[in-house]
Design a protein around this ligand. Structure first.
Ligand code: DX5
Ligand code: ZN
Length: 221
């Protein structure tokens, strides 16, 4: 079976008890912590910044932190999140004037780099920077909010992205973000994803262990 990663999005966690929530999903079997950064500029919502990432590291979180930047511009936040202990740093190509340079910046700071594509954005912007990418993240909802429905056209895009990655022969994660649950995770994996962000499906459940186990069962089927 592929090496699938489950990355709960803390956007749907209880922010008043964030450290405990992160501990709980990791103890429940999650692989990564998906960390959504919104600036009320690139997206119409505002969340958390590098200080909170650092606080999670100081709290003792050693799991990979998958920082999804929905901010514009990106370079200052890349520097600050690298310093705050991010593992992956991904950004939206529209939010950087110089995509290749921002990707190089992430690499130079010792983090893994990725680009995030909105539902209507084609794969063109990743094509010429594949050698700089550790991850392609496809949005299956419009960024800004948790709890939205998966946009089905993303399945075709996943297949295209998977073909592109496989043809490149490079080790690039294909992550999906938005509207993922145990109900659709198998279909999404079959379309080529190997990392799965899930916010509301996990944090709105009473039993994190049960919902993550259910997702893994679907992935193994
Ligand atoms: C949306 C965020 C997502 C969000 C996913 O802009 O990037 O990570 O938390 O939430 P769900 O899984 O509820 O769609
Ligand atoms: Zn996200």
């Amino acid at each position: 079976m592929a090496d699938y990663k489950i990355a709960p999005s803390i956007l749907s966690a209880n922010f008043a008890r964030l450290g405990e929530e992160v501990d709980a999903v990791l103890a429940a079997g999650a692989d990564w912590v998906h960390f959504d950064v919104m600036d009320n500029h690139y997206v119409p919502n505002l969340t958390i910044g590098p200080m909170v990432c650092k606080a999670l590291r100081n709290h003792g979180v050693t799991a990979p932190i998958d920082v999804h930047l929905m901010v514009e511009p990106v370079d200052d936040m890349i520097r600050m999140f690298a310093d705050a202990g991010a593992t992956y740093i991904t950004f939206h190509p529209e939010a950087s004037r110089h995509i290749d340079r921002s990707l190089q910046l992430i690499e130079s700071l010792g983090c893994k780099a990725g680009l995030v594509l909105n539902p209507a954005t084609g794969l063109d912007s990743v094509k010429y920077v594949l050698d700089r990418l550790d991850m392609i993240l496809l949005m299956s909802v419009n960024p800004g909010f948790g709890g939205q429905s998966f946009i089905p056209a993303t399945l075709d895009k996943l297949r295209e992205a998977r073909a592109l990655i496989d043809a490149s022969g490079r080790d690039i994660r294909l992550e999906i973000d938005g509207g993922v649950s145990a109900k659709n995770i198998r279909e999404i994996a079959q379309a080529g994803a190997d990392a799965f962000v899930a916010g509301s499906a996990i944090f709105n459940a009473d039993d994190y262990t049960a919902v993550i186990a259910e997702m893994r069962k679907e992935l193994a089927a």
